[in-house]
Design a protein around this ligand. Structure first.
Ligand code: DHE
Length: 497
């Protein structure tokens, strides 16, 4: 598969004497002269990614400046520091972060034109060709160099290593049999990869700025949630061909971005959170679906959510509100508010049984605490103090610990292991002191826990989940999430859905 450039500015001119401050008009001319051929008209992307504020939100201006000046390793983006002076680079960076003059659009035709079939699935063997246990493979997103690795989860050996689109975000999702894995990149690309044959099958650009995707539990549909344009894009899961798009518009006509979309297997439906209007949507995929959203009024905007184990309730939050909300998916009623004061990252929340009762625990991105809720009473059972705000949390049915990172702040090299019954921090690990430790996933049997060190010179570290002994350290460039095929397709307790 091709290497995807991060910022691909094609230089085609001589050095010019530049003014001290480059105006937006001058920067726009620089863009047209040097960048447009790869990054597209109106900065909407092409061979290179879109360069709009919406798609650059994760890249700080200083980082963009450095990329233009120095280029980016493992991409086609060359260094321009010897050809563009500081004022020109500053002007370009300033220009890239300005909203587009004409609102960006991405039509059905654009989606269809971007669609590429890369392998003929029917001509490929339908059984695993790699000799490893197909239910114990790990798909690891290596964010630092925009690659994906496939690991054998028994031997922790690499089976494949391939380039991804720019900035994959959210967990990859799997077909119900675990054969296919679906990726979404922040700049709208969706890809499907065949894990039996270790081959990319198809890709399509479903939007300009994408949140995440979900795969229906019958393996027929992929639903993509977009920020830009604010819509849902329904794809045929077999080849990613476009079925239709569904504008994210509230009952009163207000447009919205899509915060997230998940599949709810026992309900045979997709559940969608909308970011700018107070509605959640449910779209059934049972039988011959028409994908008309069922609108559920919400007490607040939904930035993120999680389900109860039976998928009866939705636990949702809003970054603007102080707490959380519970919505009954059957009746469509808002049940109660829940006290979640630290900006919970509910998509990373997990549940387990304690004294016979389901409890739910979530990290918080603005406070160093884990919020633990009783799922019968919605009562806050405990706030467990941590060494700083966290992002991800993981456990396994066979593990007595819930692992959670300290993603932000000076202690971001720490990982806490919380005893699932006492709700106390039982152990704190510092896998690589001074480097950010984050995101854990267990092997299918729960025997080993794989942890990321998010650093250019980082690693994926395999721990014995009981003795906490380090088993293996695989050097990697900012490995972000890792996903165990079996845990994912079983929607196992302790992992993200
Ligand atoms: Fe994520 C999952 C939202 C920033 C890495 N993140 C998710 C999901 C949502 C979400 C809704 C669940 C989707 C899914 O898995 O299908 N993330 C947000 C944000 O709103 C936020 C705070 C701001 C933003 O920029 O969008 C945000 N996320 C980040 C990051 O900065 C992270 C740390 C680095 C990155 O890659 O962008 C990041 N998010 C992740 C990862 C997952 C994720 C690795 C999958 C977790 C999993 O285990 O399933």
């Amino acid at each position: 598969m091709r290497v995807v450039p991060v910022l691909l500015l094609a230089w085609s001119g001589a050095i010019q004497a530049a003014p001290e401050v480059v105006s937006l008009e001058q920067a726009s001319a620089l863009y047209e002269q040097h960048c447009l051929s790869c990054h597209g008209v109106n900065r909407l992307g092409g061979a290179g990614p879109a360069l709009l504020p919406e798609s650059l939100s994760r890249l700080k201006p200083d980082e963009a400046r450095a990329v233009i000046h120095d280029g980016r390793p493992a991409s086609q983006m060359a260094a321009f520091g010897d050809r563009l002076d500081a004022a020109q680079i500053d002007g370009l960076v300033n220009y890239l972060y300005q909203p587009a003059a004409t609102p960006p659009t991405w039509s059905d035709d654009d989606i269809r034109t971007s669609h590429r079939i890369l392998a003929d699935v029917k001509a490929l063997p339908s059984t695993p060709q790699h000799g490893a246990d197909p239910l114990n493979l790990f798909v690891v997103v290596e964010a630092g160099n925009h690659h994906v690795r496939v690991l054998d989860g028994d031997r922790f050996e690499e089976l494949a290593n391939f380039p991804s689109h720019f900035a994959l975000h959210g967990g990859p999702k799997f077909s119900p049999d675990g054969r296919f894995v679906y990726f979404a990149s922040r700049d709208g690309w969706v890809s499907v990869y065949d894990l039996h044959n270790l081959t990319m099958i198809a890709e399509v650009r479903a939007g300009l700025n994408t949140r995440n995707l979900a795969v229906s539990n019958d393996g027929r549909w992929v639903l993509v949630g977009n920020y830009l344009p604010g819509n849902l894009v329904l794809l045929d899961a077999h080849d990613l061909s476009l079925v239709k798009h569904i504008p994210a518009v509230a009952v009163d006509g207000t447009p919205s971005r899509v915060s997230a979309v998940y599949t709810a297997p026992p309900r045979d439906s997709f559940v969608v959170a909308l970011k700018d209007v107070k509605e959640a949507w449910e779209l059934s995929y049972a039988g011959t679906p028409n994908f008309q959203p069922r609108r559920i009024p919400a007490a607040d905007f939904l930035d993120d959510f999680s389900f109860t184990p039976d998928y009866h309730y939705l636990l949702a939050t809003s970054r603007k509100a102080l707490g959380g909300q519970v919505i009954d998916l059957d009746t469509g009623e808002a049940v109660t508010d829940i006290p979640l004061p630290g900006m919970p990252h509910l998509g990373s929340g997990i549940y387990w049984k304690r004294d016979g009762q389901w409890i739910f625990a979530t990290p918080n991105v603005s406070k160093g605490l884990i919020s633990v809720l009783d799922l019968d009473t919605w009562r806050l059972v405990k706030e467990i103090p941590t060494e700083g705000p966290g992002f991800f949390m993981r456990s396994h049915l066979n593990s007595k610990y819930a692992w959670t990172d300290v993603f932000f702040g000076p202690n971001n090299d720490a990982v806490h292991l919380i005893d699932k019954q006492t709700l106390e921090v039982a152990h704190t690990l510092r896998p690589m002191p001074g480097k950010n430790a984050a995101h854990v996933e267990f092997t299918n049997d729960g025997r080993y826990a794989l942890l990321s060190v998010w650093d250019t010179n980082g690693a994926l570290i395999v721990y014995d989940a009981k003795t906490l002994e380090e088993i293996k350290r695989i050097p990697m460039n900012k490995p972000s999430g890792k996903y165990n095929v079996g845990n994912k397709i079983e929607f196992a307790e302790g992992t993200s859905h």
